[in-house]
Ligand binder design. Sequence first.
Ligand SMILES: C[S@@+](CC[C@H](N)C(=O)[O-])C[C@H]1O[C@@H](n2cnc3c(N)ncnc32)[C@H](O)[C@@H]1O
Length: 264
Amino acid sequence: MTGTGADIQDIDTTRPHPARVYDWFLGGKDNYPVDERLGRQIAAIDGGAPKAARANRAFMRRTTRALAAEAGIRQFLDIGTGIPTEPNLHQIAQSAAPDARVVYVDNDPIVLAHANALLRGTPEGVTEYVQADARDPRTILEQAARVLDFGRPVALSLIALLHFVADEDGAHELVTTLVEALAPGSALVLSTMTADFEPENVHKGIAMYAAGRVTLVARSHAEVGTFFTGLDLIEPGIVSVADWRPESPSDGPVSLYGGAALKP
Ligand SMILES: C[S@@+](CC[C@H](N)C(=O)[O-])C[C@H]1O[C@@H](n2cnc3c(N)ncnc32)[C@H](O)[C@@H]1O
């Protein structure tokens, strides 16, 4: 495990944190009253928020399985990992390919505090946790290279991460820097919030996060498409995460677009 030395004392319980609000939506226990309060406020105006969190988690599972089992990828770099929620990405990847190597990255001290749960993988595989900020992609690449061979394909996942990074805060630059470092045959998987389906609720939610001093950005279908420039999107392309190869018929879109693409 590597990082900045942040520990449990760095956890700020006076204002809501994205990882903990998301944990509350998923029914987890690793959140504080301040997170639950914001989660409840958002769920009151947008009853679909917990459903969107669950659909997003299922999107992570389906894309990871597809990349490990169908595309044969054996290395995974997951940035914006979140508080562990079973099954975690390494468990999906290593159930398809026990030798899969996984590097997790997050900048929230509470994720670091729970990182041990992310490090229990198969004996054949490797899991590692790096405490770093997505807006510093070069540090992430440097740290990840201790476990991942960037000369071979890597699946880079930025799942429910980019809506916390505004364009003017370097969202596109971080994606470009990371994708440039990947070998041909690598993949980019991402999901990010949109107001295309339920504009009013999403904009109210953004205002509530802003009141808790958390930046949240909604992007249109075309804007999300620009993150995949130069890559070959895998079917079905960029769709609501609920509609990315659903295992059972989806009951309508949720307010997150998701897509997966391969680097030619
Ligand atoms: C909504 S959770 C998503 C968790 C997981 N990827 C999933 O989709 O189930 C977003 C995560 O991104 C992390 N995050 C937000 N901004 C970040 C940044 N600038 N650098 C690294 N992680 C960040 C948060 O701490 C949180 O754990």
